[in-house]
Design a protein around this ligand. Structure first.
Ligand SMILES: Nc1nc2c(ncn2[C@@H]2O[C@H](COP(=O)(O)OP(=O)(O)OP(=O)(O)O)[C@@H](O)[C@H]2O)c(=O)[nH]1
Ligand SMILES: [Mg+2]
Length: 239
């Protein structure tokens, strides 16, 4: 049976690699992303007899493709569609970290939020109400301490439930200004008609309104039907 694919996303220094190393141990393959100087780390592990592969995405503060790191992380989530994206947050810097979580929630439904560095937070007297946060975000939230290997069992159970479709998150979608929402109302159905269920229409619409032409080109290349259409157009242009 094919392994379920997991991706670790989050700000730099939130403990993604610590979690990745603890879970995958020696079952790792490292290198660079094709055509990039960005480090690529993929590993495997088995839990409850189920095989998982895990990708340790580069740490980023956003996913707008402003840097090679952001592009790699964003493209992986959009085009490779991991079965579950685990957003790793630093419990001692929740406000800053949640920004990236909200961006991931716009890109995919299959998210588990993992609040790491709980040991640090406790030392600093910071409490995290995971139930309240989970209710607000519409996705499961699990607290861990990757360095101490604490909370792993609950995290893996939760990830497994989402991977198997036993748990279906309903992520919070950020509401924007009235003006922007009005534009989205027009654009989103058109984008939906183009990409179908394959890609998140609201997120693509937002990127379109942002003027992200490179993304549109990539989408076209990733949609086989469109590739043929594109070639036809290209051939006509050449003749
Ligand atoms: N106290 C504490 N420290 C942790 C924990 N998890 C990770 N760290 C430390 O946080 C630092 C950053 O951890 P990394 O795993 O490298 O973080 P990362 O998210 O992979 O960082 P980037 O690859 O730069 O995005 C390291 O010094 C870890 O030892 C934890 O649960 N508790
Ligand atoms: Mg790392």
């Amino acid at each position: 049976m094919m392994a379920y694919r997991l991706a670790l996303a989050g700000n730099p220094n939130t403990g993604k690699s610590t979690l990745f190393n603890a879970l995958t141990g020696l079952r790792q393959h490292t290198g660079n992303w094709p055509g990039k100087t960005v480090a690529h780390a993929e590993g495997e592990f088995t839990h409850n007899g189920i095989d998982f592969t895990m990708i340790d995405l580069p740490g980023t503060y956003s996913l707008y493709s402003n840097s090679a790191d952001e592009e790699v992380a964003r493209d992986y989530i959009i085009f490779q569609k991991p079965d579950v994206t685990i957003v790793v947050l630093d419990a001692t810097a929740m406000e800053r970290n949640l920004n990236l979580a909200l961006q991931v929630l716009e890109m995919t439904d299959r998210v588990v939020v993992c609040v790491n560095l709980m040991d640090e937070a406790e030392k600093k007297g910071i409490a995290v109400n995971e139930r309240k946060l989970s209710k607000k975000l519409g996705v499961p939230v699990v607290k861990i301490s990757a360095r101490n290997k604490k909370g792993f069992e609950e995290l893996l159970q939760t990830v497994e439930s989402v991977a198997l479709g036993k748990l279906v998150p309903a992520p919070l979608r950020v509401r924007y200004s009235h003006e922007l929402e009005e534009k989205l109302k027009e654009l989103e159905p058109l984008v939906q008609g183009w990409v179908g269920a394959a890609y998140p229409a609201r997120w693509i619409s937002l990127r379109l309104l942002d003027g992200d032409k490179a993304l549109i080109e990539k989408l076209k290349k990733n949609m086989t039907g469109d590739r043929q259409e594109e070639e036809k157009v290209h051939a006509i242009n050449q003749s």
